[in-house]
Design a protein around this ligand. Structure first.
Ligand code: ACO
Ligand code: AKG
Length: 381
C-alpha cells in the first residue's frame, strides 16, 4: 500500500448529500451520521450552510459541541456575512465558493472574471483575518479556462488560502481529462493543494475522484451512498475501497462499519439502498451462478475482489435459475440437509422450474419443500 495518512476525505453527506432534491436530515440524524463518520475515521466533515438560517446554524453549533476528531467545515458563498455566520457557529474551517467558468460567471453571477477575482480577494482576506482554514471552492471548475484557474490559485496562495476545490459540478468529466487538468494545476501552482469534488451525472464520480487523487489532489469530497445533487457525488465507500483495492492507496478509514453507515444514511435520507449498490449493497456478495458458487466455495478469491467482512457484509450462496450442484449442496448444508452430487443433479431441474415460475431465487422453506417433494413437483410441472 502507498501512504496511509496523506489523503484527506472531506465527506459532504451533510451538505451536498442533503442537497439531494427532497432530502432532509433531522438534527438528531445529522449528529448520528457525523458521529459514525468520525468513528470510522473520516478526517473532515462538510457539515452545512450557515447562510440557510437559524435551524441550520443551531445544527452546526450542536455538531461543533460534539468535539469530534474530524475537522468540521461549512459551505459559504464568497460573501462576508456568510463567512461571519460560520464564525458565529464556532466553525474554524470554511469552503468559500465562487463560480469560476465563463458560463456561470456571465450567465449566473452576471459578472466578469475580474469581479470574481476581486470577490475572492475580499472574502478570502476576511476569512484569513479571522484565522480560518480555507478551501476556495471553484464551482464549475471543470468547464473553466485553465489559465483563469491558475490566476485563482495564485490569489489563493498569496492570501494564504489552504486549498482549492476543483469541482466537476455538472458531472461531465471523464477520468483521463480529470487527471490531466489536476496534474496541470498541481504543476502550475504546486504550493496550493487541490481538493476534488465530483458528480455522478455520467456515472463517473468515483472514477473521476480517484483520477484526481492519482493526479496529485490530496483532498477528496465524498458522500455516503453517493447521495448529492442530481445523480449524486462520489460515494465514500466506493472511493475508499477503490483507492485501497484498485490503486493500493490506504486512506486510514475503518471500512468495517460501511454497511452500517450506509443503512443509517439510507434511512435518514429516505433513499433506499439498492441491493446491487457497489461495496455496500445487501447482495453484492451473493453468488447464484453455478460456476461462481463453485469457485467461491473453493476459494473466495476466485470471485470476490475483497472480503465482505471488510465492509460489514456477509457472503451468501443463493439457489436459483442459474445454480449448479456445488452451490445447491452448500445451500442445503446450511439448512441442515446433506445432499450428494447425484441428489443435487436430480433436484436441479425442479429448482430451475420453481425459480422460473417465481421469477426469483428460492427461499429456505421452498428449498425444503423441493427436497421433500421434488419428484411430485416435477411430475406436476
Ligand atoms: C454547486 C453547489 O452545490 S453550491 C451550494 C448550493 N447550495 C444551496 O443553494 C443550498 C442552500 N441555499 C440557500 O439556502 C440559499 O440559496 C442561499 C441562502 C445560499 C441564498 O439564498 P437567496 O439569497 O434567497 O438567493 P438565491 O437562492 O436565489 O441565490 C441566488 C443568488 O446567489 C448568487 N450566487 C450564486 N453563487 C454565488 C457565489 N458562489 N458567491 C456569491 N453569490 C453567489 C447568485 O448570483 C444570485 O444572486 P442575484 O440574486 O444577485 O443574482
Ligand atoms: O464548493 C463549491 O464551490 C461548490 C461545490 C459543489 O457542490 C459543486 O460544485 O458541485
Amino acid at each position: 500500500m502507498i501512504n496511509t495518512n496523506n489523503i484527506i476525505i472531506d465527506d459532504t453527506t451533510l451538505r451536498d448529500g442533503e442537497q439531494t432534491a427532497g432530502v432532509v436530515f433531522s438534527r438528531r440524524e445529522k449528529l448520528a451520521i457525523a458521529r459514525l463518520l468520525d468513528l470510522v475515521g473520516v478526517q473532515e466533515i462538510e457539515c452545512g450552510i450557515p447562510a440557510m438560517g437559524e435551524d441550520e446554524q443551531n445544527s452546526i453549533r450542536a455538531l461543533v459541541e460534539m468535539e469530534l476528531s474530524a475537522r468540521l467545515i461549512t459551505w459559504n458563498r464568497a460573501l462576508i456575512p456568510e463567512i461571519q455566520a460560520s464564525i458565529d457557529c464556532g466553525i474554524q474551517a470554511v469552503d468559500i465558493s465562487l463560480s469560476v467558468s465563463d458560463q456561470m460567471i456571465s450567465r449566473k453571477l452576471k459578472k466578469d472574471r475580474n469581479a470574481v477575482k476581486e470577490q475572492l480577494k475580499v472574502a478570502l482576506g476576511f476569512a484569513k483575518q479571522h484565522d480560518l482554514y480555507v478551501s476556495v471552492g471553484g464551482e464549475d471548475a471543470s468547464r473553466a479556462d485553465l489559465g483563469f484557474l491558475v490566476e485563482l490559485l495564485q490569489i489563493t496562495r498569496e492570501l494564504g488560502g489552504d486549498r482549492f476545490r476543483f469541482c466537476d459540478t455538472l458531472g461531465i468529466m471523464d477520468p483521463f481529462t480529470m487527471y490531466d487538468k489536476v496534474a496541470w494545476l498541481r504543476a502550475a501552482v504546486p504550493e496550493v493543494e487541490i481538493e476534488v469534488h465530483t458528480h455522478n451525472d455520467l456515472g463517473m464520480a468515483t472514477a473521476n475522484a480517484i483520477a484526481g487523487i492519482r493526479a496529485g489532489a490530496r483532498f477528496v469530497n465524498t458522500t455516503v451512498n453517493g447521495l448529492g445533487e442530481r445523480a449524486g457525488n462520489a460515494a465514500l465507500e466506493e472511493v475508499v475501497m477503490g483507492l485501497k483495492h484498485a490503486c493500493g492507496i490506504e486512506t486510514g478509514i475503518d471500512t468495517h462499519r460501511f454497511r452500517e453507515l450506509s443503512l443509517m444514511v439510507a434511512k435518514a435520507s429516505r433513499r433506499e439502498l439498492p441491493s446491487w449498490k457497489a461495496v455496500v449493497g445487501e447482495r453484492v456478495f451473493a453468488h447464484e451462478s453455478g460456476l461462481h458458487a463453485d469457485g467461491v466455495l473453493k476459494d473466495p478469491h476466485n470471485y470476490e475482489g475483497f472480503d465482505p467482512a471488510e465492509v460489514g457484509l456477509v457472503r451468501q450462496i443463493v439457489v436459483g435459475k442459474h445454480s449448479g450442484a456445488s452451490g445447491m449442496i452448500e445451500r442445503y448444508r446450511e439448512l441442515g440437509i446433506v445432499l450428494s452430487r447425484d441428489d443435487a443433479g436430480l433436484l436441479l431441474p425442479v429448482v430451475r422450474l420453481e425459480a422460473l415460475r417465481r421469477k426469483r431465487d428460492l427461499k429456505d422453506r421452498e428449498l425444503v419443500n423441493i427436497y421433500l417433494n421434488g419428484a411430485e413437483l416435477l411430475k406436476a410441472a
